[in-house]
Design a protein around this ligand. Structure first.
Ligand code: LLP
Length: 436
């Protein structure tokens, strides 16, 4: 790689993301690929992910768990493109899935099904059968009703289902309410107070084998304290459950570690795990098998979304920068008022800087990607929406009959197309006119 040049003054403090993203010779690069060249070749909107950034994010977890019996299960809801799953599968990851569809993706990407854990509050009988016949590693069960149904389904297949119960530790992760999951009143997990009784029930069911305990307190968590508190609560329970004669082979701490979108400073995965493992050791549970389910922290800052400026529309109260990506491609601002940095791919020198609301073409006022952004741009310029690796393409829709974007995986100078752009014909494939 040639030496990165300093980030242009206009956005000097606003380049969150992997170190693989840098300006060189006045052009934004991801690894050794020039993003404006990729945008010209493949069109926009276009998602581009860095393989090196994904592997570096994974390496932080691997470093944190060095010497431990630990399994990293990538929470693939963050980004379930086959080309992305393939990278994590080849690096030895397991997968945290939440649907039968995600299981099919793991199999298609060559993942090890024995390292699959199945989370989610509403697994259907069909999904349970599918997962049992594939031979997944564990079901993370979220209610008593689900335990009963899973035992019944397993028995009809002459199998015993490995289960962990998701416990709600009632800890505040201090994140957006929509992505906070571990507080009382959340639909997820079983209440801490009910856990022993529910474990006893699970252990009594003939179609189940209790293997573990799990929790997941929320997403985009930027502090260590909620994790440390949740671990204390979980370990209290492990003690109680084992005293009752039910052995817990693995402890799964879920995902949730945040990334830097906008001057966020979450702990690094290895630093966080150093703290958590010290607590685990101090409490005498250091020998247990550990599992984690990171999603965003493995892929979020490895990806960008490239988009073209279509029009600049000055207004009395607001100036609008209308781009060709929209809420159907990047739903996080509309859904969570989330911030994604937006930067020029080739910063221009002569254009004056103006404050814009950056908006898409979708017919909704909620279709904004960034508010009050200082940008020196003109129609036809290419912008990069940063930190777009997680929960963007995986939550993309066809609203306004917009085809979903193409996706590329960059590896050094090479850019592999991992999903071609969706056409209107692709979208209409399942539909038919009523015959008269
Ligand atoms: N495990 C379970 C059981 C989960 O529900 C989730 C995420 C994860 C692991 C992975 O969490 P992560 O490491 O990615 O934070 N769409 C939202 C995020 C939703 C997270 C849902 N569950 C967003 O764009 O912020």
């Amino acid at each position: 790689m040639s030496q990165p040049t300093p980030f242009p003054a206009a956005a000097a403090t606003a380049l969150p993301g992997a170190p693989q993203l840098a300006y060189r010779q006045g052009r934004l690069h991801l690894e050794d690929a020039s993003l404006d060249a990729l945008a010209r070749e493949h069109g926009t909107p276009l998602f581009v992910y860095s393989k090196a950034a994904m592997l570096a994010a994974l390496a932080a977890y691997q470093l944190g768990f060095a010497g431990r019996d630990a399994q990293i299960c990538y929470a693939m809801k963050a980004n379930s493109a086959l080309g992305v799953l393939q990278v994590f599968a080849q690096a030895g990851c397991g997968f945290d899935i939440v649907s039968g569809g995600e299981l099919e993706r793991v199999l298609a990407a060559g993942g090890d099904v024995r390292k699959v854990i199945f989370s989610g509050v509403g697994k259907t009988r069909a999904e349970m059968r599918q997962a049992l016949s594939a031979g997944i590693g564990c079901f993370n069960v979220e209610s008593e009703g689900e335990l009963d149904v899973l035992s019944e389904v397993a028995l009809t297949m002459d199998q015993v289902a490995p289960v962990s119960i998701r416990v709600n530790p009632n800890v505040d992760p201090k994140t957006h309410p929509y992505i906070s999951t571990g507080l009382k009143g959340s639909k997820f997990g079983v209440a801490h107070e009910d856990a022993l009784r529910i474990y006893r029930h699970a252990a009594s069911l003939p179609g189940l084998k209790v293997t573990g305990i799990d929790c997941h307190i929320g997403s985009q968590i930027t502090e260590a304290t909620p994790y440390l508190d949740a671990m204390d609560r979980m370990l209290d329970l492990v003690g109680t459950i084992e005293t009752a004669g039910i052995s817990i082979d693995h402890i799964d701490f879920g995902g949730g570690l945040g990334i830097n979108y906008n001057q966020d400073a979450p702990p690094a995965a290895d630093a966080l795990w150093q703290m958590l493992l010290a607590k685990l050791d101090a409490r005498g549970y250091g020998g247990k098998k550990l599992m984690v389910e990171p999603g965003r922290s493995l892929i979020g800052n490895a990806g960008v979304c490239l988009t073209e400026v279509l029009y600049l529309k000055p207004g009395e109260q607001k100036n609008f920068c209308i781009i060709d990506a929209a809420m159907n491609d990047l739903p996080r601002p509309a859904m969570y008022q989330a911030f994604h940095a937006i930067v020029p791919v080739v910063p221009s020198t002569g254009t004056p800087q103006t404050t814009y609301d950056v908006v898409g073409p979708v017919c909704e006022s909620g279709d904004w990607i960034g508010r009050d952004r200082a940008l020196a741009v003109k129609a036809g310029d290419c912008l990069a929406v940063l930190s777009a690796g997680a929960y963007c393409m995986s939550m993309a829709s066809n609203y306004n009959t917009r085809g979903r974007a193409a996706e590329l995986l960059v590896d050094g100078t090479k850019a592999h197309v991992i999903r071609r752009r969706e056409t209107a014909a692709d979208q209409m494939r399942q539909e038919q006119l009523v015959s008269v």
